[in-house]
Design a protein around this ligand. Structure first.
Ligand SMILES: Nc1ncnc2c1ncn2[C@@H]1O[C@H](COP(=O)(O)OP(=O)(O)OP(=O)(O)O)[C@@H](O)[C@H]1O
Length: 659
């Protein structure tokens, strides 16, 4: 086992090789028996599981018909079912996906005292026992298990394996999504070690007292087990690959209203936070249940940020909704069932997560590239009867895919640059805000903008491509139609995000509908969607000490227009300028005509003639036409161009060393 250390794994390149598997969240309902306290209080059990999938409210006649009396889920468990049965017949298959490299999450949701902790403790224990059992039966693979545990209490994250109470921070990692910074991760030695760690967590978890449940857990708890495995046969060899995935066990705090647990003082404060997190969880689930359209507010609470992959992302998910059968809890029970009904409409897209070693990945890509290039050169040998154009098209698409993979690899090698920095660079460089730049330096500005374009296209492929919530280019076979759709969407987003006009112009003129352009279109679309979301979310970011907001990008855009207007005097003769003013309806007697024209460029984005004309003017101003072809080559996927002839950028140098 020691051969694949955690450190070693961080050096490996991660790749998702299999197509995503889309499936609905598995929703289970578990009814607990009446508690002793409820029996003593002469409570009546009003809920009954009438078969394996349906739960019935038996008191509906007395209550009238305002609510449905029967609810159907993937599986319902009666009060006398054991947790083992819930695991075996409900969660086991999903939880155990983790050994095959598929992320999974098991949640317990329900009001206080309904049995969440009781259920999750058992499910966690049995899953870990199953994993150890699996490991014992698969000696041909070497496994590493890592365990971490956090709680979210009053919207502060605490490490349950550490006695340090300092709240942990969340960070958006371009590679791994939202991560909890500095969380302790213990490598599990054996079953006893696991039990020791769980005991530490239990002791650390905040326990409060409410009138509903004397040992009510007031925090959300997330236990995470990461499983990595490699075939022993290939360990340490060039072609070694590792499966890596995590399973989350999530025991949520009670979903009841703060008022209902007769909370006061500290308890009331807790209740508000708990409700805020659960409210966001409810909103996210409700929105997702209606499809993925529109903004999903994952970022509104720590809980949903951390659990984003489990809620519609790269994971298999099961939610166990726990219920008390007591009549006095009917309102909360219905709320829980409503949540469960929404949850069963939500789909996730799990993938097998394969980690490849540097060498294995490069070797694989080189081989594949050579094969594709060979087939392109000699199509007849590839298939004598098939349609040559169709073959070319297929190969083009494959090459695009390969290019994407290669750039993913280079991205890994350049972790120093974060996605936000890349985005900020594109929004515009406002280092020159304090002193105006003389016209003589304009060409430098252009090349700087040009570099940022190349840089962003080269570096952002993987992080944007991995975001499951982003819009995707899809597999449309009708490329011209798809191209027009993407182009329109990108132009709209440029406008919405105040993207510099030179960037728009370069991009617009370079990518004119060639099928191999699709990868750039995809990157651009996703990058812009992310940027728009960032702005929409309140939107500011800091890079190199500079803050960029929607407002500052607008200012930068205005400065760019002013620079362009100054450049018109240098690049166009007076006669040419006058022709342009006339064409653009700018009165020759009016003031600041050049600025008027600059202000109109790229302003009517619905009109493609206007867009084309704007791009053509800017291209002349920045002498883009002379550099166009070279620039496209520099964007990184021109396989036929020897690396030495390309302009040199950091990430491309590292690429050259790989190939
Ligand atoms: N299915 C069950 N069978 C028997 N007893 C159960 C069952 N579910 C829960 N209980 C008991 O009910 C009580 C409350 O359960 P538990 O603490 O798990 O509730 P909870 O939903 O986690 O509450 P809280 O949100 O306040 O933490 C415990 O004493 C537990 O042993």
């Amino acid at each position: 086992m020691g051969e694949i250390s955690g450190e070693e794994l961080t050096k490996l390149e991660k790749m998702q090789v299999m197509g995503a598997r889309e499936e609905k969240i598995l929703v289970l309902v578990r009814l607990r028996p009446l508690s002793e306290k409820e029996v003593v209080a002469n409570e009546v059990a009003d809920w009954e599981c009438i078969n394996d999938t349906t739960i019935l409210y038996r008191n509906s006649l007395r209550e009238g018909s305002l609510f449905p009396s029967a609810y159907t889920f993937d599986r319902v468990f009666r009060g006398d079912c054991s947790t083992r049965q819930v695991h075996e017949e409900g969660t086991k298959q999903i939880a155990l996906s983790v050994v095959s490299g598929i992320n999974s999450s098991i949640f317990a949701y329900g009001q206080t005292s309904s049995g969440k902790t009781y259920t999750m403790n058992g499910i966690t224990e049995q899953t870990v026992a199953d994993i150890f059992d699996y490991i014992n039966k698969h000696e041909e693979r070497a496994f590493v298990l890592k365990f971490s545990a956090i709680e979210i209490y009053n919207e502060a994250i605490r490490d349950l394996l550490s006695s340090d109470n300092t709240p942990l921070r969340l960070r958006d990692d371009p590679e791994r999504g939202t991560i909890v910074e500095k969380v302790m991760e213990e490598t599990l030695r054996d079953w006893n070690h696991f039990n020791d760690l769980v005991s530490i967590c239990e002791a650390q978890r905040q326990i409060g007292e409410t009138s509903l449940n004397e040992r009510s857990s007031r925090s959300h708890q997330i236990l995470r087990l990461t499983v990595e495995s490699s075939a022993r046969e290939f360990l340490g060899k060039d072609n070694s690959t590792t499966l890596a995935a995590s399973v989350n066990f999530v025991d949520l705090a009670g979903s009841e209203r703060a008022s209902q647990s007769l909370s006061a003082g500290t308890r009331l404060k807790e209740g508000c936070h708990i409700n805020r997190s659960l409210l966001t969880l409810g909103t996210v689930i409700r929105k997702l249940s209606k499809g993925r359209n529109g903004h999903i507010n994952y970022r509104d609470s720590k809980l949903t940020r951390i659990l984003q992959p489990a809620l519609g992302g790269n994971a298999r998910t099961a939610i166990i909704c726990t219920l008390s059968p007591a009549r006095s809890h009917v309102e909360q029970t219905r709320n829980t069932l409503l949540f469960a009904c929404c949850a069963k409409e939500v789909t996730t897209k799990a993938q097998v997560n394969v980690v490849m070693s540097d060498k294995a990945l490069v070797k694989h890509l080189q081989k594949e590239l050579a094969r594709l290039e060979n087939e392109l050169r000699c199509p007849a040998t590839a298939s004598s009867n098939c349609d040559y154009a169709a073959l070319l098209r297929k190969k083009d698409l494959q090459i695009e895919k390969m290019g994407k993979e290669i750039r993913e690899l280079t991205k890994q090698r350049d972790l120093a640059q974060s996605r936000v920095e890349d985005l900020l660079r594109l929004v515009g460089d406002d280092r020159d805000t304090r002193k105006p730049v003389p016209e003589e330096t304009w060409d430098d500005d252009c090349s700087e903008l040009e570099s940022s374009l190349v840089d962003s296209a080269g570096r952002n492929v993987k992080d944007v491509a991995l975001d499951p919530m982003q819009e995707s280019v899809g597999d449309s076979t009708d490329w011209p139609v798809e191209f027009a759709r993407l182009q329109k969407r990108i132009i709209e987003l440029w406008q919405a995000c105040n993207v510099p006009l030179i960037h728009r112009t370069y991009f617009f003129l370079l990518f004119r509908g060639d099928p191999t352009d699709s990868i750039y279109m995809e990157v651009e679309l996703r990058r812009l969607t992310f940027m728009k979301e960032m702005f929409a979310d309140g939107g500011q970011a800091v890079a190199n000490g500079r803050t960029i907001t929607l407002a500052s990008s607008l200012k930068a855009l205005q400065r760019e227009r002013e620079k362009l207007s100054r450049l018109m005097r240098r690049r166009f003769s007076e006669e040419a300028r006058e022709r342009l003013f006339e064409k653009w309806g700018i009165g020759l007697g009016t003031k600041r005509r050049r600025l008027q024209l600059a202000n109109r460029l790229w302003s009517e984005i619905e009109d493609m003639d206007h867009v084309m004309e704007s791009a053509s003017i800017i291209a002349k101003l920045v002498r883009f036409t002379e550099q166009g072809h070279a620039l496209k080559g520099m964007l990184g996927l021109s396989f036929s161009t020897p690396p030495s002839r390309r302009r040199s950028f950091g990430w491309k140098n590292s690429m050259a060393s790989l190939l």
